[in-house]
Ligand binder design. Structure first.
Ligand code: AHR
Length: 499
């Protein structure tokens, strides 16, 4: 039994739609064979897989990060522009592959335009130079009479691309990163990059390279870059074989956000920084099955269960609860590599995790509300924390965890209400009562439920709808709205409001 109290007057703040961002990296079959497949009957004239575009559109992607990820730290953008037959084929050292460079900056921008997404480019701070990053900004955004701006025009793009978001390197702290750096060295280098990039186009916004939000790396880089950055990035991957560990580990994102927000506030206060600095949670997902070297070479094609879909909904709830500070989030990744869309040369199917991503992007409204959930809880024993086969994320202390996790959003005029309710209970349905203050639902609400036969259910080419979405109407009663949340389900409820 869960009681969910929503007071329409208690607003958390505006919800930034950029939390529904996505990420594509030159990794396995994400770009080549996913987003882009030349010569396929499924592709359009530009080489974009039409079926993938159609599947991506309902995710309403506001911002798309590219080209990596680890790939970014060895990528020279100049290799990927100009006539395709003249582009060099290079060794790709992040994922032990070869890069044809047939998908480059101009193709990426065209893809963003096709999706209606804002491009977000992560520059190479591994093997790349300051000059290269500066030239990349100028190639994309330059309007002057310089050779870089002219090169873009020569490639058929007279208008500047106006790429607003630029990442200052990817995971530069990690031993797996090309050109890994100690935090203080990264700060020195990133400040130099930031200066020339911003001078090239003062309207761009910079994302500093953070770690998990709570580390010493985060502290040093926030302090060292606060003057220059508009966002600090966080990456987090969670999950394991255990259902409860997986769904509750998503709350680790909220710890990351809280600590990181404190570090940012401290730096801004101590340094008297007037401009806002938000969090860009620019890689997040469940990822634990495809972690070996062979999996990396194989393109980390993780297959997702219903448990994972509930974990994804829980992450999104966390971003919504922290909407004041999380302004951008990019799901890692869009196609094939740890992704909601899974292709083969003949078609695609939607993984379980597609459904929460789509429902939230479609139904979440512009203002997040503070909401009170009272109900049964679950304690995660420390032994369960690894999730069995996953990474250790110490989250037991964040418990006890409510079995039902919920968020609510409304529009600026409070005409509509959307409530997302995740019942993480593996075995039992949970009755839930919605009690509204300050307004009432004006009639029946629509509910979309993501569910499947059991928590280990996955989708596949053979059974693409084992985990699917079911729509139904829910009537409001005198005591509010009462409903049954089936075991292991996500319910997104949307209805009109009257005062
Ligand atoms: O998304 C997969 C990889 O995870 C990215 O390339 C990297 O940034 C992170 O380690």
């Amino acid at each position: 039994m869960a009681r969910i109290g929503i007071d329409l007057a208690r607003r958390l703040g505006p919800l930034d739609r950029r939390i529904f961002g996505q990420f594509i990296e030159h990794l396995g079959r994400c770009v080549y064979g996913g987003v882009y497949e030349e010569g396929s009957p499924l592709s359009d004239g530009q080489g974009f897989r039409r079926d993938v575009l159609e599947a991506a559109r309902p995710l309403r992607i506001p911002i798309l990060r590219w080209p990596g990820g680890n790939f970014a730290s060895g990528y020279h953008w100049l290799d990927g522009v100009g006539p395709k037959e003249r582009r060099p084929r290079r060794s790709e050292l992040a994922w032990y592959a070869e890069e044809s460079n047939r998908f480059g900056t101009d193709e990426f921008i065209a893809y963003c335009r096709a999706l209606g997404a804002e491009p977000f480019i992560c520059v190479n701070m591994g093997s790349g130079t300051m000059d290269e990053a500066q030239a990349w900004v100028e190639y994309c955004n330059g309007t002057g009479n310089t050779s870089w701006a002219t090169l873009r025009r020569q490639h058929g793009h007279p208008e500047p691309y106006r790429v607003r978001y630029w990442g200052l390197g990817n995971e530069m702290y990690g031993g797996w990163q090309i050109g890994q750096l100690p935090a203080r060295d990264y700060v020195t280098r990133a400040r130099a990059f930031a200066m020339v990039m911003k001078r090239t186009d003062p309207s761009i916004e910079l994302v500093g390279c953070g770690q998990n939000g709570w580390s010493e790396w985060d502290e040093i880089t926030i302090n060292g870059l606060a003057e220059f950055i508009d966002y600090h990035s966080i990456h987090l991957y969670t999950g394991g074989a255990d259902h409860y560990a997986t769904v509750f580990q998503s709350h680790q994102a909220e710890r990351a956000i809280r600590i990181c927000a404190g570090l940012i506030e401290r730096a801004r206060y101590a340094q008297r920084i007037a401009h806002p600095i938000a969090i860009a949670f620019d890689e997040w997902n469940v990822w634990w099955r495809t972690r070996s070297h062979a999996d990396r070479v194989g393109g980390i094609e993780e297959r997702y269960t219903l448990t994972d879909a509930l974990a994804i909904a829980t992450y999104l709830n966390g971003f919504i609860r922290h909407c004041r500070v999380v302004r951008i989030a990019n799901f890692a990744q869009l196609v094939n590599a740890i992704a909601p869309i899974f292709t083969n040369p003949q078609g695609l199917f939607l993984q379980t995790i597609y459904h929460p991503l789509r429902l939230y992007a479609e139904h979440t409204l512009d203002v997040a509300l503070d909401i009170h959930v009272e109900g049964e809880t679950y304690d995660l024993p420390p032994a369960q924390e690894t999730g069995g086969g996953g990474r250790v994320h110490h989250v037991a202390d964040l418990g006890p965890f409510g079995l039902v996790d919920a968020v609510a959003t409304t529009d600026a005029h409070q005409r509509e209400l959307t409530v997302a309710l995740v019942n993480r209970d593996r075995d039992r349905a949970q009755p839930a009562t919605l009690v509204l203050a300050g307004a009432a639902l004006s009639g029946a609400a629509t509910a979309w439920e993501v569910n499947g036969p059991n928590v280990t259910a996955i989708n596949s080419f053979e059974a693409p709808r084992a985990v699917d979405v079911r729509e139904r109407k829910i009537e409001t009663g005198p005591g509010g709205l009462e409903m049954m949340l089936p075991a292991h389900s996500l319910t997104v409820l949307r209805g009109g409001l009257r005062r």
